[in-house]
Design a protein around this ligand. Structure first.
Ligand SMILES: [Zn+2]
Length: 237
């Protein structure tokens, strides 16, 4: 009953096959029309797909241009703002972000958020547009309580092993808002600073669950079921 609330397939058919074969419910992220078509094919429509204009692409994609994909997606995301890892201006990012947040609320779609360096602004934005939000890989020490109080979902990756801010957050999220993510194999490789094989993917999810169960001092099997139920609820199923 493993789950992955946020994953980039990066054109990896072997990983897509493993998700389907092992029945790992995974929200597979698509950030361009091209990637949408590729991921539909790779997953044979067996996994939920998220579609959103990532802040890194805010300078080249528009809401109008991606509406056909948003309309088909189970989840809007990952979308957000980023003042650390992109040269795109915040004004340009905000325009694309706000348009998508408004569309998601009006269309009753849950949202996956990328908040890097812009945690305060995003908090203020989502307060204006109540919806189901999943905050992915939140590693900021500030505003944790505020996001928790807005009933957001939070997905935790292997950074839970040694990132003090992530650990601090993992202690305070209610059990019914906890999720697990990998953010894709490249992110795991970046974190671990070593190559990771597709066959190790279930183990990575399992290690993350173990760490979270230890931190929360709850039974791992119970937590695994809870996280799976949380993902279904986030998806609106
Ligand atoms: Zn991501």
């Amino acid at each position: 009953m493993l789950t992955d609330a946020h994953c980039h397939l990066e054109n990896n058919q072997e990983l897509a096959n493993l998700l389907v074969k092992k029945q790992i419910t995974t929200i597979v992220n698509c950030q361009t029309p091209e990637e949408w078509h590729i991921n539909q094919k790779l997953t044979r429509n067996m996994e939920p797909l998220s579609f959103g204009i990532h802040p890194w692409d805010a300078n080249r994609l528009t809401l109008q241009g991606v509406l056909p994909y948003l309309e088909q997606a189970d989840v809007v995301g990952e979308i957000g703002l980023d003042s650390v890892w992109t040269e795109n201006s915040l004004d340009c990012q905000k325009e694309v972000f706000t348009a998508q947040i408004e569309w998601a609320q009006a269309s009753n779609r849950p949202v996956i958020l990328h908040t890097k360096g812009c945690e305060k602004t995003i908090l203020a934005t989502i307060r204006q547009f109540p919806n189901r939000y999943l905050i992915h890989w939140y590693d900021c020490s500030n505003y944790q309580r505020e996001y928790v109080d807005l009933n957001c979902y939070f997905s935790f990756c292997l950074a839970i092993l040694d990132d003090a801010n992530v650990i601090k957050l993992a202690r305070k999220v209610p059990l019914n808002r906890l999720l697990i993510e990998t953010d894709g194999l490249s992110s795991v490789e970046w974190l671990e600073n070593k190559p990771v094989k597709v066959e190790d993917y279930p183990l990575i999810l399992d290690q993350t669950l173990t760490a979270l169960a230890d931190l929360r001092q709850v039974d791992k099997n119970m937590l695994t079921k809870q996280v799976a139920a949380n993902l279904q609820r986030f998806l609106g199923k």
